[in-house]
Design a protein around this ligand. Structure first.
Ligand SMILES: Nc1nc2c(ncn2[C@@H]2O[C@H](COP(=O)(O)OP(=O)(O)OP(=O)(O)O)[C@@H](O)[C@H]2O)c(=O)[nH]1
Ligand SMILES: Nc1nc2c(ncn2[C@@H]2O[C@H](COP(=O)(O)OP(=O)(O)OP(=O)(O)O)[C@@H](O)[C@H]2O)c(=O)[nH]1
Ligand SMILES: [Mg+2]
Ligand SMILES: [Mg+2]
Lengths: 291, 277
């Protein structure tokens, strides 16, 4: 528990007279350790702690009755402000259909989240066409079709075709069917796979999505920053869905991803069922990261 | 990795950072670096190459455990494959089936993930690709009943290896872990022995949560080995050191891609080399 550890540090220091900047530094090292233990990437933890230090010195933390608690509050508030600051609502186009693209690493939960999103939008009065643009993974198309039939929404597929053409024709099909929204499920891929990242850029070019959502597993480790920045540099991520938050991982990847994309977390996946999608609560995630 | 500078406080910080960004985790990193610092004093090291050499030697020895190959001496050998959602279980089974088929073994795949959309279809494609047989259950059937049918079928058909593909499950879900325990007990009862192998498949891009995964899965179904997938990504998979520390079972394989041939035996020296790349 970060507050206990900082409390212990300042209790030990308080016997030695007036506190100084080096004492703040020691406390901040402890903050950094807590973030690293929560899987926040080293670079994101360093820049976060630097901004906390600025605030701590500015707030004259050393004059406070309990500097440890003051620092924890600054850390918590800063986390909530960062994670929850940006606009978390989905952006739609004025001229339908609006296109939402889901992208991310292999196995992060894109296909499942595509169906969850479609169900959520349906409950809000928007009907979506799900587009099966993963032509590589065995039975990926079938997986999306099963999910689509569970929520009674259509799935556009062309078997093992060209994902760019499938996306483009999917949008035409949505227009023809009078559907307001297209949700494109893409194949998982590594951000270092040039050919596949290029494919995503070409899909983007073909369908002009209003949302490119980075679907990330909440238990992703140190590489969350590298992966997110790879996708962001190539595509421009507009939002994040953090999945498998029903697990017990601390979820520091959220801060890593935010630090290189500035993109808001729009939804959180909290289970395997199609109903298991929640809006994002920055205060809950901040407490979870701080343990 | 190859340079030869004087050992300074900066060097130790750099080594710490290297291990942290490789997902070694804070406790493991601190243990390793403080251990090296102690030996550095005792043996009066002067240059960084001495520390790196000792690091390599210690970690390689630590990660080298007996039983790094699949234990397929029983006939049929049942291999139970478990892990959290999306780790790469189904794909890894496909890869292992491929390699056994190339050695002329008779392989049966059991589709005990009866929950997730198109799970058994996905496994069926791997069966077809590798020339393996497959046992599937009815949609939504009790996974334990599919395990039972699968093991019976494998025994009666004279399969050499039976792979049980289970649904992804998060280790903090008591009901899902109870379901896994039931499957494990059915195998024990049918075979008169625990599975020949119980493999935990861990996503190589995951952080420290893999440790609690390992603990809880091991309590439910005694693990005999670990497979780390997706190491073709930029992740280094450093949490595997803590996994070996925790479980004392070997890392058997690493997944290096999505195709049937993208599975290699785990070689500690290769893992260490990759850290310094
Ligand atoms: N517990 C839990 N499981 C989830 C969640 N989201 C997805 N899953 C599961 O995670 C696994 C992977 O989900 P998929 O939707 O197939 O992931 P994907 O990103 O489409 O995978 P690829 O297409 O192979 O890249 C499946 O077992 C899903 O049921 C979640 O929020 N919580
Ligand atoms: N790059 C890469 N991708 C992999 C590797 N192993 C598996 N994958 C991919 O990861 C995704 C998930 O693999 P699955 O085999 O479906 O994972 P699973 O554990 O069976 O998933 P669930 O059954 O839903 O829990 C797929 O897109 C695989 O192709 C690997 O070693 N490298
Ligand atoms: Mg998918
Ligand atoms: Mg599977």
């Amino acid at each position: 528990q970060l507050s206990d550890r900082l409390g212990a540090i300042f209790a030990r220091l308080s016997g030695r007279g007036k506190l100084g900047e080096s004492d703040v530094n020691e406390a901040l090292r402890e903050v950094r350790v807590a973030l690293l233990e929560a899987d926040v990437s080293l670079s994101a933890a360093k820049s976060f702690v630097a901004s906390v230090k600025e605030k701590a010195l500015g707030a004259n933390v050393l004059e406070s009755l309990s500097p440890g608690q003051t620092i924890v509050k600054i850390v918590y508030d800063e986390l909530v402000a960062l994670l929850g600051g940006a606009q978390a609502r989905l952006q739609f186009s004025d001229t339908p259909p609006s296109v939402i693209m889901l992208v991310g690493l292999q196995g992060s939960g894109k296909t499942t989240q595509a169906a969850k999103l479609a169900l959520r939008l349906k409950e809000q009065g928007r009907r979506s066409l799900l587009v099966a643009a993963d032509v590589y993974r065995p039975a990926a198309i079938h997986q999306l079709q099963v999910l689509g039939s569970q929520i009674e929404l259509p799935v556009f597929e062309r078997g093992a075709g060209d994902p760019v053409a499938i996306a483009r024709d999917g949008v035409s099909e949505a227009r023809r069917l009078g559907l307001s929204t297209v949700i494109i499920d893409t194949a998982g891929r590594l951000q270092i796979d040039e050919a596949l990242m290029d494919e995503l850029a070409r899909i983007k070019g073909a369908v002009s999505p209003t949302e490119i959502l980075f679907v990330a597993d909440a238990m992703t480790g140190q590489e969350a920053t590298g992966v997110a920045s790879g996708f962001h540099e190539r595509l421009g991520i507009t939002g994040v869905i953090l999945t498998k938050m029903d697990g017990d991982t601390r979820g520091g990847a959220a801060l890593s991803i935010y630090s290189v994309t500035g993109a808001p977390i729009k939804f959180v996946g909290v289970g395997e069922k199609i109903t298991a999608l929640e809006p994002f609560h920055p205060d809950r995630l901040a407490s979870r990261i701080l343990g | 990795g190859r340079e030869k500078r004087p050992i300074t406080a900066e060097f130790w910080e750099e080594l710490e950072d290297l291990l942290i960004v490789a997902d070694f985790g804070v406790p493991t990193t601190q243990k390793i670096v403080s251990g090296l610092k102690t030996v550095a004093k005792q043996e009066a090291w002067s240059t960084t190459d001495q520390a790196v050499a000792r690091f390599r030697k210690d970690v390689e020895r630590f990660l080298t455990l007996p039983g790094a190959e699949l234990n397929l001496t029983s006939s049929p050998a049942v291999v139970l494959v478990v892990g959290v959602n999306g780790a790469g279980k189904t794909t890894t089974i496909g890869k292992m089936a491929q390699s056994l088929r190339e050695r002329g073994k008779r392989v049966l795949l059991v589709a005990a993930d009866t929950f997730r959309a198109a799970a058994s279809e996905q496994l069926a494609i791997w069966a077809q690709r590798t020339g393996s047989e497959i046992v599937r259950g009815a949609e939504g059937a009790d996974p334990a009943s599919v395990v039972f049918d699968g093991v019976r079928a494998g025994v009666s058909r004279g399969a050499d290896v039976i792979f049980i593909d289970t649904a992804g499950r998060l280790h903090n879900k008591a009901n899902l872990m109870a379901e896994l325990k039931k499957m494990y007990r059915i195998i024990e009862r049918e075979m008169g022995a625990p599975p020949a192998e119980t493999l935990l498949v861990v996503d190589g891009t995951s952080g420290q949560n893999a440790i609690s995964q390992a603990k809880l899965f091991n309590e439910t179904a005694a693990l005999t080995g670990i497979v780390i997938t997706k190491l073709d990504s930029t992740a280094k998979g450093g949490v595997l050191v803590a996994l070996v520390d925790e479980l004392e079972v070997p890392i058997k394989f690493v997944g290096l891609g999505e195709s049937a041939d993208a599975l290699r035996p785990f070689v500690p020296a290769e893992f260490i080399d990759a850290l310094f790349e």
